[in-house]
Write a new protein. Structure first.
Length: 160
């Protein structure tokens, strides 16, 4: 029986087990939604929250905004202060140039992440408030799914 199960697991694609990989992530700030996409089709969507001043593109460190534009999910952090996190490649060159022209620090360390470690029980409340410092927060359950569906190098588009 074990050999049959092993053969089945080797032959069946990962998508059969709900682990379909996304080739694009889209965040729509006005909808408070994160979409996992594959070949242009939405494969899963999640409710998200942002920083306390979510409207507009991030201008500088500490402004409470989430960047807008095209970036890359460039690495995963399983040892995050916020359950798990996936880093967004902000600031890009354009962000750095804009900040330099304004004489400000563009900020950084923008992530998609779960709940603060030890505070996962607050998800039912925290989903109604923009509480991050500019990151994109989801429930820990959602973070587990996103973690499985997204590889480092996946593009992300953050829309106003």
């Amino acid at each position: 029986m074990r050999i049959v199960v092993l053969i089945f697991l080797l032959v069946m694609p990962a998508a059969s087990f709900g682990l379909e990989k996304a080739d694009m992530v889209v965040v729509d700030k006005s909808e408070s939604r994160l979409y996992l996409k594959r070949s242009g089709q939405i494969i899963k969507q999640y409710h998200v929250v942002f920083g306390p001043d979510p409207e507009g593109h991030k201008q500088q460190e500490g402004d409470g905004r989430t960047p807008e534009g095209r970036y890359v999910l460039d690495y995963k952090n399983a040892d995050s202060d916020f359950y798990k996190s996936i880093h967004i490649s902000y600031p890009n060159r354009a962000d750095q140039k804009r900040a330099a022209r304004s004489g400000v620090d563009p900020g950084g360390e923008i992530m998609i992440h779960g709940q603060k470690n030890g505070a996962g029980w607050l998800t039912t409340i925290s989903k109604y408030f923009n509480w991050t410092e500019g990151c994109i927060a989801v429930s820990n359950r959602a973070m587990d799914e996103i973690w499985q569906a997204v590889d480092a190098g996946t593009p992300i588009e953050i829309k106003p």
